[in-house]
Design a binder for this molecule. Structure first.
Ligand code: ADP
Ligand code: MG
Length: 295
C-alpha cells in the first residue's frame, strides 16, 4: 500500500529533524497563519555567557558572582547555567544552596552561606527608591544589548550581571521564510528587557512593532490567545518552562529540542530535534502539500 500523505509528511518532517507527534498535528501545521517566537533559546542559541559583573558599593565582584552561582546552581535556565559556568571559569567556589525556588520568567531564590539570595529580572529590585545605582547599571548593560540580571542579598541590591547570547545563524533565513508562508512577520514574545529584545528582533528581520518584551509566562499565553481571538491560527515556537502555557494555548506548539525544558517538550505538539530554525517553515510547507493531497 502507498503511505497516506500525512504519514509520508511525518516521515519527511523527521528527515528535517522535526518530531511531529501525530497525524493530526501534521495536518494542523499547514493551517497556521501567524508565527510567534520566544527569544532566549529559540531565536538565540540559548548558551548565553556572562560578559560583565557590576557589584554595587559594599560588594566584591567575585563574592557576588559566587553567591549568585550558588543560588543558580539548581536552575535549568540558560541564564542560570551562564552564571554557574562563569563562576567555575574564574575558579570560584560554588556554594551549596538550600530552599531553592524558581519562578519562571522572574528568577531564582535560595539560601546561600546563610544569606537569602535572589537572582533575576531587574523587577526583583524594583524602583529607584530601592537602588538607583542598580537601575543605572541595568540601563547601561541593556543599552549594549545584554540581559541584565539583578542579584539581591538579604533583600538589598548587591550587583548586576550582564549576560549576552548569540542569535542563531539561521534566524533571519527562518524569519524570511515564515513571513513568506504566512504573509505576516513573526512576533517575538520575551520575558527579557525591551532593549535587548528589539535589538535582536532587528537582527532577525522582525519589525519592532511585533516585539512584546517583559512578559511573564501567562502574558505569553495571553498574547497567543489575543491573536487567536482575532481569527489567527498561531504557531508558537519556544523552549522554556516559561513558554509552556503559550505552547499549550497555540493552535500548534513547537519546542526547540536540544536545550528545551522537559515541560516544553511534553507540552508541544512537535519538537525541533535538530537545532535548526529553518526546519519550521519546511514542515509547514510539507503539511500544506500533504493537505493538498488528502482532499
Ligand atoms: P525568554 O522569554 O526570553 O525565554 P524568560 O522568560 O526565561 O526569557 O526570562 C525572562 C527574564 O526573567 C530574564 O531575562 C531574566 O531577567 C529573568 N530570569 C528568569 N529566569 C532566571 C534565572 N534563572 N536567573 C536569572 N534571571 C532569570
Ligand atoms: Mg526561552
Amino acid at each position: 500500500a502507498t503511505m497516506p500523505p500525512l504519514l509520508s509528511a511525518i516521515a519527511n518532517a523527521g528527515r528535517h529533524g522535526v518530531l511531529v507527534k501525530s497525524a493530526v498535528v501534521m495536518e494542523r501545521l499547514g493551517q497556521i497563519d501567524k508565527v510567534v517566537l520566544d527569544k532566549t533559546g529559540t531565536l538565540t542559541e540559548g548558551s548565553p555567557r556572562l560578559v560583565e559583573v557590576r557589584p554595587l558599593p559594599g560588594f566584591d565582584g567575585d563574592a557576588l558572582l559566587a553567591l549568585a552561582a550558588g543560588a543558580e546552581h539548581p536552575s535549568e535556565h540558560p541564564l542560570g547555567r551562564a552564571v554557574v559556568a562563569a563562576a567555575r571559569e574564574r575558579g570560584l567556589p560554588v556554594p551549596e544552596a538550600a530552599d531553592f525556588t524558581s519562578t519562571p520568567g522572574v528568577g531564582v531564590r535560595a539560601t546561600v552561606d546563610g544569606r537569602t539570595v535572589l537572582v533575576g529580572t531587574p523587577a526583583i529590585a524594583a524602583g529607584p527608591p530601592r537602588s538607583a545605582p542598580a537601575g543605572r547599571a541595568v540601563a547601561a548593560l541593556e543599552d549594549t544589548g545584554c540581559t541584565a540580571v539583578v542579584v539581591t542579598v538579604d533583600g538589598e541590591p548587591a550587583g548586576v550581571l550582564g549576560i549576552a547570547d548569540r542569535i542563531r545563524p539561521d534566524a533571519s533565513a527562518a524569519v524570511t521564510a515564515l513571513t513568506a508562508l504566512t504573509g505576516t512577520a513573526p512576533a517575538l514574545l520575551t520575558g527579557d528587557n525591551p532593549r535587548a529584545a528589539t535589538r535582536l528582533a532587528g537582527e532577525a528581520g522582525i519589525p519592532a512593532d511585533e516585539v512584546r518584551a517583559g512578559l511573564l509566562p501567562q502574558d505569553k499565553a495571553g498574547a497567543v490567545q489575543r491573536l487567536q481571538a482575532r481569527g489567527h491560527r498561531v504557531l508558537m515556537l519556544g523552549d522554556g518552562v516559561n513558554d509552556a502555557p503559550a505552547l499549550a494555548a497555540a493552535h500548534t506548539g513547537l519546542a526547540m529540542g536540544r536545550a528545551g525544558s522537559d515541560l516544553a517538550l511534553e507540552t508541544a505538539d512537535a519538537v525541533v530535534v535538530r537545532d535548526e530554525l529553518t526546519a519550521v517553515p519546511a514542515v509547514v510547507a510539507l503539511s500544506r502539500r500533504a493537505r493538498a493531497l488528502v482532499v
